[in-house]
Design a protein around this ligand. Structure first.
Ligand code: GLC
Length: 474
C-alpha cells in the first residue's frame, strides 16, 4: 500500500463510488433543450442567407472516370467493374491541385462559401480518418506522398484565408464500408427491415458515421455548414425533394444522438436537411428551383455542366468535351432562386489533375463580373414581396428598395411596369449614371429604360419606394 500514491487512491475511490449504488448529490442542471430548439439561430441563418452564393465541389479519385455517373457502381456495374472503381484511389495523383487557386476562382465568381465532398457515396475519404484505410492518406494513394495530403484540410485553410464560409459535404450512404452496404438491398434501394433484423450491423454503421462526423467537426477548426447527402434508411422526402420525416424509431434516436453531438461541438453550425430532417436548418432542392418558394431557409444546388446534354449531367468531372450551361441560363436560375429567397450552390467537378475545367472557370468568372456590378441586388437581399412574377424578370428586396432584374429588355423608349402602389423615392440602373424616369399610374409604376442594355443578359434597376411595397393586384 505504501507505493500507492494519493491520486491512485482517489481514482480507485471514485470508481468504487461509481460502482456502488451510493447517490452522489449533483448540482441541478438545466434540462437540455429539445433538439428542434437547438437549430442554428435566426442570426446565423440570416448571415448564411445573406451570403447567397457558394461553390459546391465534387472531387476525388472518382474524377478519373470521365463517365460522371457514380450511381453506375450500384445500378449497372458488374462485380468486376465495381472492383475497379474501388481501386481508383491507387492512381489518384492530382499534381496540379492548388487549393489557393480554387479559392481564388470562387472569390472571382463572387462566391461567399464553399462545400466540398469529404466523402461521397463510394466511401472514399478526402480527409484524415481513424476508422477506415479507404482514404487519401493511404500509402497506396499517390497523393498521400504530397506534402499536405489531407485535401479537406487544405481546402478549408485556403477558403478560410479568403474569408469564405466552410462546409463539409458528407454522404450518408457508403458503398465501400461492410455495414454501409448492409442497409440497402442493392446498395441503393433502402431496406429498412434490416435495421430490425440486423441491429448490430446497423449499430456498427452508425458508430462509424458518427466517428467520422466527429472527426470532421473537430479536425478543421470552425465549420459553418454540414452538408449531408441522401439519407439513412427509415426516412422519407417529399415531392419537392425536401427531406421531412424519420419514420423508424431507432434511426430517429441515432440521428438525434449524432446531431446533438454536432451541435455540442459547434453551437453555431448550420446543417442541411438530408437525413436529419427537422433537426436540420435548411432545405436542399437539387438541380431545380421549387415552383413555390419554400417558407423556411433553402438552397438550390446545381451543376455548371448541363444535365440535358450528352456526357454533361451529374456533379463529377465530365471529361474534356463536357458541355456547360450558358451565362443566360445560369443568371436566370440565380435570379429566380434569389427572388424566392433561396441560396445558390453552384457545382464544379475538377479534373483528376486538380484543375477546375476551363469551361467551368469561365462560367464562374462571367457570373463574378456580373456580380461585381450587380452584387448590391444579391448579397443581403430577401425574397420578392410580390405574389406574381413580372414578365420582364425577377425581383429581390432590401427594406423598401426593390431590385428589378430585367431580362426581357424592352425596345428603346418602352417601359416596364412594377405593380406596386407606392411612391418612388429614387430609381437607378446599377452600374450606370443613366437617369431613370418613373411614373405612377393605376397599374403601377412605369419605368422607362435606356435603349441599350448594359449587360447582354440582365441588368438591374434599384427602385427605392416610400414605405413597404404594396402590391397592386392585376
Ligand atoms: C444527388 C446525387 C449525388 C450528389 C448530390 C448533390 O444526390 O446522386 O451524387 O452528390 O446529388 O446534391
Amino acid at each position: 500500500m505504501k507505493y500507492i500514491t494519493l491520486p491512485i487512491v482517489l481514482v480507485i475511490g471514485l470508481i468504487m463510488i461509481g460502482c456502488s449504488s451510493v447517490q452522489v448529490p449533483v448540482t441541478p442542471e438545466k434540462a437540455p433543450l429539445p433538439l428542434e430548439d437547438r437549430r442554428a439561430s435566426t442570426e446565423t441563418m440570416e448571415k448564411w442567407n445573406d451570403w447567397k452564393f457558394g461553390l459546391f465541389v465534387h472531387w476525388g479519385p472518382w474524377s478519373q472516370t470521365e463517365i460522371g455517373a457514380i450511381w453506375k457502381i450500384v445500378k449497372t456495374d458488374t462485380p468486376e467493374e465495381r472492383e475497379e472503381r474501388f481501386e481508383l484511389y491507387k492512381t489518384f495523383d492530382p499534381v496540379n491541385f492548388n487549393p489557393q487557386e480554387w479559392a481564388q476562382v470562387a472569390k472571382d465568381a463572387g462566391m461567399k462559401y464553399m462545400v466540398f465532398t469529404t466523402k461521397h457515396h463510394d466511401g472514399f475519404c478526402n480527409f484524415e480518418t481513424a476508422v477506415t484505410d479507404f482514404k487519401i492518406t493511404n500509402p497506396d494513394c499517390p497523393h498521400s506522398r504530397s506534402a499536405n495530403p489531407d485535401i479537406t484540410g487544405e481546402l478549408v485553410k485556403a477558403f478560410r484565408a479568403e474569408g469564405m464560409g466552410i462546409g463539409h459535404y458528407y454522404s450518408h450512404i457508403d458503398w465501400y464500408h461492410p455495414q454501409g452496404k448492409y442497409f440497402s438491398k442493392r446498395h441503393w434501394e433502402y431496406d429498412e427491415s434490416r435495421i430490425d433484423s440486423e441491429p448490430e450491423s446497423w449499430k456498427k454503421f452508425v458508430r462509424f458515421e458518427k466517428t467520422q462526423v466527429q472527426e470532421l467537426m473537430t479536425q478543421y477548426g470552425d465549420i459553418d455548414i454540414m452538408w449531408f447527402d441522401i439519407r439513412w434508411p427509415g426516412s422519407t422526402r417529399n415531392d419537392n425533394g425536401i427531406h421531412h420525416r424519420i419514420k423508424h424509431p431507432v434511426v430517429k434516436e441515432d440521428v438525434i444522438d449524432m446531431v446533438t453531438m454536432m451541435r455540442d461541438i459547434h453551437p453555431g453550425l448550420i446543417i442541411n436537411d438530408r437525413g436529419v430532417h427537422s433537426y436540420g436548418d435548411f432545405a436542399t432542392p437539387e438541380q431545380k428551383i421549387p415552383k413555390i418558394a419554400p417558407e423556411g431557409y433553402w438552397e438550390t444546388n446545381m451543376t455548371v455542366s448541363d444535365p440535358n446534354r450528352r456526357k454533361a449531367g451529374g456533379f463529377w468531372y465530365k471529361g474534356p468535351d463536357a458541355l456547360y450551361k450558358s451565362q443566360e441560363e445560369l443568371l436566370r436560375v440565380m435570379a429566380e432562386v434569389f427572388s424566392k429567397g433561396g441560396n445558390f450552390l453552384l457545382n464544379v467537378g475538377p479534373q483528376p489533375d486538380g484543375k477546375i475545367p476551363a469551361g467551368e472557370v469561365a462560367a464562374l468568372k462571367g457570373i463574378g463580373d456580373w456580380l461585381e456590378i450587380n452584387g448590391e441586388a444579391v448579397y443581403g437581399s430577401k425574397r420578392s414581396p410580390l405574389s406574381t412574377v413580372p414578365e420582364w424578370g425577377f425581383i429581390t428586396r432590401k427594406a423598401n428598395t426593390l431590385y428589378l432584374y430585367v431580362f426581357n429588355w424592352p425596345d428603346k423608349g418602352d417601359d416596364i411596369t412594377l405593380n406596386v402602389s407606392n411612391k418612388v423615392l429614387s430609381a437607378s440602373l446599377l452600374g450606370s449614371d443613366h437617369q431613370i424616369n418613373t411614373e405612377r399610374s393605376e397599374t403601377g409604376i412605369s419605368i422607362t429604360l435606356p435603349g441599350e442594355k448594359l449587360h447582354p443578359v440582365v441588368s438591374v434597376l434599384a427602385v427605392e419606394l416610400e414605405g413597404s411595397p404594396v402590391e397592386l393586384m392585376p
